[in-house]
Design a protein around this ligand. Sequence first.
Ligand code: NAG
Ligand code: ZN
Length: 412
Amino acid sequence: MKSILTSALLLSTALGTVVPRAGKKVDYNGFKVLRVASTDDVKAQIENLAAHVLNPGRSAQLDVVVSPDNIDALTALVSESQVLNEDVGAALAEEGEVTAYAVPSESWFTAYHPYADHLQFLRDLQAGYTTQSEIVTVGTSVQGRVLTGIHIWGSGGKGSKPAVIIHGNVHAREWITSVTTEYFAWQLLTKYASDASVKALVDKFDFYITPIVNPDGFVYTQTTDRLWRKNRQTVSGNSCVGRDINRNWPYKWEAPGGASTDPCSETYKGQAAGDAPENRGLRTQVDSLRASRGIRLYLDVHSYGQYILWPYGYDCNLRAENDAQHRSIATRAQTAIRAVSGTAYTIGPSCSTLYATTGSSTDYTDVTGNSTYSYTYELRDKGTYGFTLPANQIQPTVRETWAGVVSMLKDA
Ligand SMILES: *[C@@H]1O[C@H](CO)[C@@H](O)[C@H](O)[C@H]1NC(C)=O
Ligand SMILES: [Zn+2]
């Protein structure tokens, strides 16, 4: 299909796609974020003109990042458009510098950090609590980075309780999700001795928290393209890079409609179910905990949109057999989050509430992983800053999200 495209379309692809020059970072000054009303016949043209589609599962309403040169062409295609962000470059400046901090102090949660420092954060945190935590590895990325997490346990001893698995930053540009999942680990360990309610949670479960499950993509967002989503896997015979790790899980991977078969798409599902190495690692973790002591709760932490979602993604009419319990736990978490900061979350089964997804993590953990509860969080905000949430929103976000997660852990 690609090979027979006309040269005009190739030209517009080249205009829209962000192709950084070697060693040079994409300059987003003057780029806007637009929310446009899309229809099926103009969707491909919109995608070609956009530097990035921020919510690639949605078809009726797309949030797109557009270069100044393509704004007029793109708005001409659609009946309605709204500017969500006037200048992505200015928003990136508000996001703050990527800074190193002494860890594990709470000041870690006031800035974004380089990948190496995230690893150091986990090592330093673990080193302070050697009798109730260890560093665990969950497979290896395309470029050979080790997916690194922390296993935390309580008074029952290591490996004695049902598992809680938490994954962050599977989509590379969702930086708020790594610091948020780190905050969970930080709370569980640093408050264990002083806060009886935290102690009760740590004594109830074995926690497996991996803040950055897509390290190659994450590093690429820091070196090259801040808005990159996928992993960095190539496809033979195609110049586009990256699989969407969260469309690659081998459960209903083949079902139609919830992912793309185009390697250039933000939601490219891969050539075969589970063919992303990062997915293999995550899946091995889920499978082995299912087989050993069972999984009570799985959380996949994303941004943005302020949603708490549960299975299923692949079929909008299907409900989990414990759908009512999923809903009541999510309802209390939603209330707990609102009580901290007023932040409003929308909750519901993922396909019918947000959009269809196939090969997604929570469908896999629910069915194949036999996890009692599986949720996707979509953290702040609702599109104003999107993935590039300013540094001054990190602390409010991690605190409100922790309140939601504590509520879930009490209920689970
Ligand atoms: C699934 O997990 C539950 C515990 O939550 C357990 O009772 C049940 O036997 C498991 N089912 C399978 C098929 O392993
Ligand atoms: Zn995501």
